[in-house]
Design a protein. Structure first.
Length: 256
């Protein structure tokens, strides 16, 4: 009788082991900026919590990593970012990381849609390197592509949670689509209204929703504006009948 019970419980325990999911230890997934971190966190919902590298409102312009941030990257299993052309402070860190760290550059994926930088009057370049505008996440189309890339790249780190990640991926994409429809309806009323922005970081949003952005206050947010440029800006505002100039919290709004 006792032997029979032992055999019975051994079988039961064996079945539990077989049907229980294989649990892995949490991974150190580090994401450079908030917009991308929100996508990664949504994909990993219920599975893990990614770390945000830059968790303040500082601009990426002239940004330097703190010792605590370098330590966070040193312990990373995966790093998700746009491109060193945007997060220029990442280049040396990425070069020094061991090969077993997964480095996910979203801008490098051939599915990501890129736009060239704009020029404005006397300004012939943008503050980040190269000729591509790297504020790509502001296009809902790219946001959905990023979600797919993130999911594909993270599944090997969380094989036990594959189905959860795939479900989260679909939920996030559906959520973006719903917001996209709302934004289209809301922006329809103002799509012909001319406006300007302080920093040229919104081309993907402007183009996607066919908005009338007629100018940029500065392409170099960290540098003061010349008297001539301020005069030129006032001329654009008058000539184009600009209705609104958007400022940004991370930059001084005095000139606006």
């Amino acid at each position: 009788m006792l032997r029979g019970l032992c055999v019975f419980w051994c079988c039961i325990l064996g079945m539990i082991v077989m049907i229980s999911p294989v649990r892995a230890t949490p991974q150190n997934v580090v994401v450079t900026i908030k917009p991308i971190h929100s996508l990664v966190a949504a994909v990993l919902k219920g599975v893990d919590s990614p770390k945000l590298l830059i968790n303040d409102n500082n601009s990426l312009h002239g940004y330097y990593l703190k010792p605590s941030q370098r330590k966070l990257l040193a312990n990373a299993d995966a790093v998700i970012y746009i491109s060193p052309e945007l997060e220029f402070f990442m280049q040396k860190v990425l070069d020094s990381m061991p090969d077993n760290v997964k480095k996910i550059a979203l801008a490098d994926d051939k599915r990501t849609k890129s736009l060239p930088k704009r020029v404005n009057g006397h300004h012939k370049h943008h503050e980040h390197g190269g000729i591509i505008d790297y504020h790509m996440w502001l296009s809902p189309a790219n946001a959905k592509i990023f979600v797919a890339i993130i999911t594909e790249q993270l599944i090997p780190l969380y094989p036990y949670a594959r189905n959860t990640l795939l479900k989260n991926q679909q939920d996030v994409i559906n959520n973006i689509k719903q917001h996209e429809d709302k934004w289209k309806a809301s922006l329809k009323e103002v799509e012909s209204e001319p406006f300007m922005v302080f920093h040229d970081g919104y081309r993907y949003f402007d183009d996607y929703f066919a908005l009338k952005n007629v100018g940029v206050v500065t392409f170099e947010p960290d540098l003061p504006l010349s008297a001539k440029h301020v005069k030129d800006l006032r001329g654009i505002i008058t000539q184009k009948k600009v209705r609104c100039v958007f400022k940004e919290p991370q930059f001084s709004g005095k000139i606006v």
